[in-house]
Each structure stands twice: as C-alpha cells, then as structure tokens.
Design a protein around this ligand. Structure first.
Ligand code: PDD
Length: 288
C-alpha cells in the first residue's frame, strides 16, 4: 500500500508531499501540531485535541478559519486512505509561506499538513517489562504548554534516552522538579498510595492522555494530587508511569538505573493502563 499525505487541500502520494522552502514552519518552527490516536477506527478525545490546537494557534496568533468539523472530515479521510485503524493522525498548521523575516508577514495563508500511521498503541511487551527512563535538564523555552513544532530539545532528549538504552527522558526544571517527558507526561505513585502528576501550568504540555487518565482516576476513587515532584521523590516512589497519545499508559521500572518498587510494572500502573484502554474504547469524553 502506498501512503497518502494531505497538503493544503490535496491528497498526495506521501513521497511527493512537499511544502515550500520558505514555509515559516521550516524556517522558524512557526507552527503547531497535534497527534491524535485512533483505535478500532475511533479517534480518542478528538475534541480535546482540537481544543488544544485552537489554544496553540491563538497563542501563536495564527489565524486558521477552518471549522473543527471540516478538520475531522480530513482526519478521517487521511486515516482511511492510509488504512489506519490503530495508530495516529499527525496534523500540523504553520503560519504559511512568506519571504524570510522574523516578524509576521502582513499576509500569509496558513499551511495544513496531515499524515497517518499505523501503530500498536498498547504494546504487550512494554506493558510486561515496563520501561527505563533517564532524567535530563529541561532546556526548552518557557512555553511548552503551547504544542509548537519547535521540538529540538525534545529530540535531543529522546536521543540521549536512546543512547542510554532508555525509552524516554524526564526533563527536570531548575528547582529539581520533573516537568514532563520529551513526548509524554510524567506520573508517580507515592509509597502512601497517592498518585502525583504536575499541575498543567506553563511548564508542561497538558496532555490529552493526561486529561483522560485524570478522568479515569476521578472515577476510581484513587487519591490524586496535581503538584510538582522532585527527581528524588520519583526515585523513592512505589511506582512511576508515563502517558501519551502514542503509548497510552506505560509503567516505568527504572529511573537513571534506580529500580522503582521491585523493578516490575506496579499494580496501580497496570490497573490504570487497563482502565485507560477501556476509556479510550469509547472515544473519550467530549465526542466531536
Ligand atoms: N507528544 N508532553 C510532550 C512534550 C509531548 O510532546 C506529548 C505528546 C505529551 C503527551 O500529550 P498527549 O497525551 O496529548 O499525547 C506530553 C506527541 C505524542 C508527539 O509529539 O508525538
């Protein structure tokens, strides 16, 4: 099967899909994106993704007068043409093409690109073994709450994790607190059984999977607090886990080579992962 990409109104063969060299996304990372998971042909929390996209666009002052319903039509079509039933749609909007100048062009047409890829969202091997992560300094700009395509520190961090034989890197702020992973949100379960995740301030991306899992936790009666936690607290935790659209909920068994609990996926992490799968099967909360 040949892959298809959507570029500004056209469905093109993936290998021929192009944007202009002076697209501001290419030159300034002047754009934002979403990764929307699909399982059994159902998008998961699409409404939350589109809400976050609107928020990112507004923060970057990119005017994008296309209705959510129209975006959903294209998202479904891109998934369908790529035969994706389990995987994700990648959607990127930039300020568009203009002669290179730091200030915004007086007129430009935003570029919209979408691709789709099949991926196992719940990997039984990862769920059985759990994953290793490392910690690194958070070197990003001060607004990681905006889902911008400016991801160089994240890419450097993920590569450092890969070199260390780890799956993810947790970024750490100047106070020694974990912000989030390079492409996921961070969670721990304390020895007292409290679930902790950083509050969604300007220091992290408010993950859609994070929001989904918060709903799952609220319905389960578990103890939860949204507050920063330190690397020391994480290493001393009973359990640790991460969340993202492309991995759902994954147990963490080592942080910088320090075993978490008994270095096996923890019972709460496994339970939360299973409950999130059930939640995702319905398409999430606020359907579009
Ligand atoms: N990344 N934090 C960061 C920095 C991320 O890049 C992501 C997602 C998340 C989790 O957000 P969500 O649950 O909405 O996927 C947190 C996507 C998957 C990516 O860039 O590929």
């Amino acid at each position: 099967m040949s892959r298809i990409a959507y570029v500004n109104g056209r469905y093109l063969a993936h290998r021929d899909a192009r944007v202009h060299v002076e697209d501001r996304g290419y030159q300034f990372a002047d754009g934002c994106y979403e990764v929307v998971a699909m399982r059994n042909g159902i998008f998961i929390d699409a409404a939350l993704h589109l809400q976050r996209l609107r928020r990112s666009l507004a923060a970057l002052r990119i005017d994008f007068p296309v209705k959510d319903a129209s975006l959903m039509v294209v998202m479904h079509e891109v998934a369908r043409r790529n035969l994706v039933r389990e995987g994700f749609v990648y959607l990127q909007i930039t300020r568009g093409v203009a002669p290179r100048d730091f200030a915004f062009p007086s007129k430009s047409q935003p570029s919209l690109v979408m691709t789709a890829r099949s991926k196992l969202l719940v990997d039984p091997k990862l769920m059985a073994s759990g994953i290793k992560i490392i910690t690194i300094p958070d070197q990003r700009w001060a607004r990681p709450d905006i889902k911008s395509v400016s991801l160089l520190p994240n890419a450097l961090g993920k590569e450092a994790a890969k070199q260390a034989g780890a799956y993810e890197a947790w970024q750490v702020d100047r106070d020694g607190n974990v912000t989030e992973g390079t492409s996921s949100n961070a969670w721990i379960v304390t020895k007292a059984g409290e679930v902790l995740t950083r509050q969604a301030d300007q220091g992290i991306l408010n993950g859609v999977t994070r929001l989904g899992l918060l709903r799952v936790i609220a319905a389960s009666g578990l103890q939860l607090r949204e507050r920063p936690f330190s690397v020391a607290e994480a290493k001393d935790a009973a359990e640790a886990l991460l969340t993202s659209s492309t991995n759902f909920v994954v147990p963490i068994v080592r942080i910088d080579d320090v075993p978490i609990g008994n270095a096996k996926p923890g019972p709460l992490a496994k339970k939360l992962a299973a409950s999130y799968v059930e939640y995702a099967a319905t398409g999430g909360s606020d359907k579009l």
